[in-house]
Design a protein around this ligand. Structure first.
Ligand code: FAD
Ligand code: NAG
Ligand code: NAG
Ligand code: NAG
Ligand code: NAG
Length: 547
């Protein structure tokens, strides 16, 4: 009855020594073949022991928070679970990371990806205070001079002060003048109703969902993701011009998609911008703190190449560039967009297939310029007129007036180039500069940039992201549970793709995993009666943080 067992001992760059005890040799792991295994003729253990260890693939908002939630569950249920977090990048944060103008780390960093979140994003908001981080207003409004304009490729349809979509009373009048009273109030009503539903996800009796469809029907949102933002707003009697111009400006800057393309839930999420904030020094600090607090082992610069399983009761095996041999786990959390991981899933037990899903390929151009505004002639503005400090765009010029498509999605002055201490920094010529961020579908060449900024181009950094999913109306979403013990957090992105919702989706996955694998959960059900909730005022309660 005894089969030969191999004891494979290897040393790896990241981990001093380790031993695996496996009943078979795994031909599909070419790496292990390269190393001569040590054959042991000792009798084998009756069955392969499944270690109490969980792998998390990805150290962005999703993966870092997953580690954090597991550590919370461990604490509450007194479990002994080891955690490994893998990321192919050399940093924590994934699509949320910062860069320094001129690569100079004595300057204030600038967000390169996920930038802002709002107060109703209760997990991130709470994390900021728990970890002692500092919030700052989104540097989208360049102070008192801030002007926002909606550009249709030929002309500005609307310009308002304040840099934000719904600024001061004067801007409100301008908006009322153009769109009437009903459109903004109706939109605000719809937005408030949506926000109230989202807040349910933080309450003590919040649902744990097996799939997005069941969550959406619980929140009565199935029809909202099934139609475009334009259809949804038309149906609610919101003026077409308001949705095609002003709301489209928001869906284009936030998701690079138009209101007649993007589903209505994400379209409405684009509008929730009141009190938009960032963490001073970079949002990634939240994610780094999540990992530190979780005490997970963090393997950076480490690509996971394969995830396998030999039998339904055996361990999951994760092959990565950190170890010569696969490392064994009780469960695996995939916290990255499936198509972008390039992981091969070879298992003897079935894994639910994940359909290909395109992401928006976004060009982010960050630059510094001593030109205080963009080129007014580019925008066909008359002599003596200044270009707005924040140019948002609509596709409606193309739809309605045959205008050329705007060459970018958004172009925003983000205040001065600052030193770490917040003082203005001058460039090599002794003049102050501004930081500008441009989102576009295509690469913007230096020549184009010089034309836009009066020839005054300082630092330029280009980054291409697969930023967020293309979000057409749909009723089908990726599976969350790919197999017993294998979970997929980013299944939530086609519902809503933000930093906060990734931490929510991770919380849900951890709740499921802890229930299914450990007979536990994220929160003990009785704690609510024991008075733990009573200590937290209802409006501050955040399920997962508080139980
Ligand atoms: C330009 C831009 C602007 C945005 N603006 C906002 C905003 O203002 N507010 C907001 O809330 N959201 C914004 N977003 C969206 C937000 O950034 C994302 O929704 C969120 O950061 C996604 O987090 P995640 O952890 O799910 O994925 P990611 O951050 O992508 O993390 C996945 C990680 O997995 C790693 N990985 C992938 N494959 C492997 C592998 N095989 N082995 C090891 N590691 C692997 C990757 O390196 C990556 O670090 C923006 C995104 C972009 C690009
Ligand atoms: C990751 O790789 C980069 C560049 O190759 C290197 O600078 C960095 O120190 C590495 N980080 C870790 C944690 O190994
Ligand atoms: C979603 O989950 C529910 C249980 O919560 C289940 O009844 C339903 O069949 C699932 N749907 C899909 C598409 O997997
Ligand atoms: C994906 O993985 C395969 C091996 O499984 C490798 O040959 C290929 O180069 C990888 N592609 C990318 C884009 O990393
Ligand atoms: C400003 O834009 C106009 C129109 O695109 C262009 O002709 C002009 O050269 C630009 N100005 C500068 C200084 O590049």
């Amino acid at each position: 009855m005894r089969s030969p067992v191999m004891l494979i001992v290897a040393t790896a760059a990241f981990f001093p020594t380790y031993a695996l005890q496996l009943p078979f040799k795994f031909p599909f792991f070419s790496r292990s073949v390269a190393q001569e295994p040590l054959l042991i003729s000792e009798p084998p253990a009756a069955e392969t022991t499944v270690p109490n260890r969980i792998a998390i693939i990805g150290a962005g908002a999703a993966g870092s928070s997953a580690a954090f939630w597991i550590s919370k569950a461990k604490e509450r249920f007194g479990l002994d679970v080891e955690l490994d977090v893998y990321d192919k990048n050399s940093y924590v944060g994934g699509r949320s990371t910062t860069v320094f103008p001129y690569g100079d780390d004595s300057l204030a960093p600038v967000e390169l990806g996920g930038s802002v979140f709002v107060k109703v994003n209760k997990i991130l908001w709470r994390a900021v205070s728990e970890f002692g981080l500092e919030l700052e207003d989104w540097r989208g409004d360049s102070g008192d001079d801030a002007v926002m304009g909606i550009w249709d490729g030929h002309e500005f349809l609307l310009t308002t002060g304040g840099g934000s979509l719904l600024g001061n009373w004067l801007d409100k009048i301008k908006i009322l003048w153009r769109y009437g009273y009903k459109a903004p109030t109706k939109t605000q009503e719809l937005l408030d109703a949506m926000t109230n539903k989202i807040l349910r996800l933080y309450e003590p009796d919040t649902p744990v969902w097996q799939n997005a469809t069941s969550l959406l029907s619980e929140l009565e949102w199935a029809d909202v993701t099934a139609q475009t933002t334009a259809e949804y707003l038309d149906l609610h009697g919101v003026d077409r011009r308001f949705s095609r111009e002003l709301i489209e400006a928001a869906t284009r800057v936030n998701y690079g998609q138009n209101v007649d393309q993007i589903h209505a839930l994400e379209g409405m999420v684009s509008l929730a911008a009141t009190g938009a904030s960032s963490v001073k020094g970079g949002n990634w600090q939240i994610f780094e703190n999540f990992i530190a607090a979780s005490e997970a082992r963090l393997y950076l610069n480490t690509t996971v190449t394969a995830v396998s399983r030999f039998s339904a009761s055996g361990p999951w095996m994760v092959q990565s560039t950190a170890f010569k041999e696969p490392r064994l786990y009780r469960a695996v959390i995939l916290a990255a967009p499936y198509d972008q991981t390039n992981i091969s899933f070879s298992t003897k037990v079935p894994v639910v297939p994940v359909q290909k899903r395109p992401y928006v390929h976004l060009h982010v151009t960050l630059l510094s310029t001593s030109s205080p505004t963009a080129n007014a002639s580019y925008f066909n503005l008359g002599h003596g007129h200044k270009a707005p400090s924040s140019v948002l765009t609509t596709y409606d010029g193309v739809r309605q007036r045959g205008h050329p498509e705007p060459e970018f999605n958004s172009l925003t002055y983000h205040g001065h180039v600052l030193s770490k201490d917040g003082t203005k920094r001058v460039n090599a010529e002794g003049v102050e500069e501004w930081v500008v961020k441009i989102f576009s579908k295509q690469r913007l060449e230096d020549e184009w940039l010089r034309g836009m900024f009066d020839g005054k181009l300082g630092w330029v950094l280009r980054k291409e992201w697969d930023a967020y999913p293309v979000l057409p109306p749909t009723v089908e979403f990726p599976p969350i549970k790919l197999a017993d013990g294998l979970y997929y957090v980013n299944a939530f992105e086609p519902v809503i793709s933000t930093m906060e919702t990734e931490t929510l989706a991770a919380r849900n996955v951890v709740d499921l995993l802890m229930q299914e694998q450990y007979d536990a959960g994220l929160c003990k059900p009785h704690l609510t009666e024991e008075g733990e909730t009573a200590r937290v005022p209802v409006e501050d309660f955040v399920y997962g943080w508080d139980c």
